[in-house]
Design a protein around this ligand. Structure first.
Ligand SMILES: NC(=O)c1ccc[n+]([C@@H]2O[C@H](COP(=O)([O-])OP(=O)(O)OC[C@H]3O[C@@H](n4cnc5c(N)ncnc54)[C@H](OP(=O)(O)O)[C@@H]3O)[C@@H](O)[C@H]2O)c1
Length: 254
């Protein structure tokens, strides 16, 4: 992949082939759509959201790219192997991997069970490791890009999400270590979103609290995350091992 500046409306990813995990809905869906707007063919993965996956594929195809939905549990090695093989076959290769699938829940420190600890690490840390390791050969061949979706919680300690914070911190370190292991063939970076409300269940008072606390005076959107991913998935060939925080400055203010 040659270094090339992104210009407005340019399809800088035309001919590139991308996997976006957990992209049937929410942030992953918006990332897949943004990469498609940049011209990339897309394989999205889903675990349970099969009807959303079908809708997202139709939207992607509507943007004029080739798109496929593949079922995958990122914690399961055989499922990951089958998904990567199918993506390679359907797309004809792999240039871009976006490790977006993730798990999140709120539990007080004393109440975190071993199962909750292991589950969140299996999805947020082992998952991106497994998918990246499995796709590494193809990505090296294509001089590709990996973008992991981390979290502001991997940088800031949130007392009611300790297992989540620790798993995202692990993902940030995985980003840096993989960047060295896969250089100079593949760049590996991470986008770490702050507060991105994705449904109507978040209480209005909480939305207001965070938007007021955020220097940019609003909460983030999936599009904010997708723009950062598009940048790192594209021409940024000399940027590797970085964690790009997308939080409107929220992390600066506490
Ligand atoms: N929303 C935020 O405020 C925020 C903030 C910081 C970071 N992030 C990160 O951004 C990413 C996307 O966030 P989101 O809120 O859109 O996430 P989400 O809805 O919680 O998760 C995204 C998708 O991950 C998939 N998934 C979960 N476990 C999986 C597994 N074991 N194997 C395969 N897929 C699995 C689910 O797919 P199915 O629905 O198909 O089962 C889900 O739709 C996540 O990595 C999240 O941690 C989000």
């Amino acid at each position: 992949m040659k270094s090339k500046a992104i210009q407005g409306g340019q399809q800088e990813l035309k001919g590139k082939r991308a996997i976006v995990t957990g992209a049937a809905r929410r942030i992953g869906r918006e990332v897949a759509l943004e990469l498609a707007r940049a011209g990339a063919d897309i394989a999205i993965t889903y675990r349970n959201s099969d009807s959303d996956a079908t809708k997202t594929v139709a939207e992607l195809v509507g943007l004029g790219v080739r798109a496929f939905a593949l079922q995958c549990d990122v914690t399961d090695q055989s499922s990951v192997k089958a998904m990567v093989a199918d993506a390679k076959r359907l797309l004809g290769g792999i240039d871009i991997l976006i490790n977006n699938a993730g798990a999140y829940n709120t539990v007080e420190f004393e109440k975190i069970t071993l199962e909750q600890w292991d589950d969140i690490f299996a999805t947020n840390a082992r998952g991106p490791f497994l998918v990246s390791q499995t796709a590494a050969k193809e990505l090296r061949k294509s001089k590709g890009r990996i973008v992991n979706i981390g979290s502001l919680g991997g940088i800031q300690p949130w007392a009611t999400h300790i297992h989540y914070c620790a798993s995202k911190a692990a993902l940030h370190m995985l980003t840096q270590a993989m960047a060295k292991a896969l250089a100079p063939d593949v760049t590996v970076n991470c986008v770490a979103p702050g507060m991105i409300p994705m449904d109507y269940t978040t209480p209005k008072s909480q939305l207001r609290h965070f938007s007021e606390k955020t220097p940019m005076k609003r909460n983030g959107t999936a599009q904010d995350v997708a723009i950062a991913v598009r940048f790192l998935a594209g021409g940024a060939q000399f940027i590797t091992g970085q964690v790009l925080i997308v939080d409107g400055g929220l992390g600066l203010s506490s």
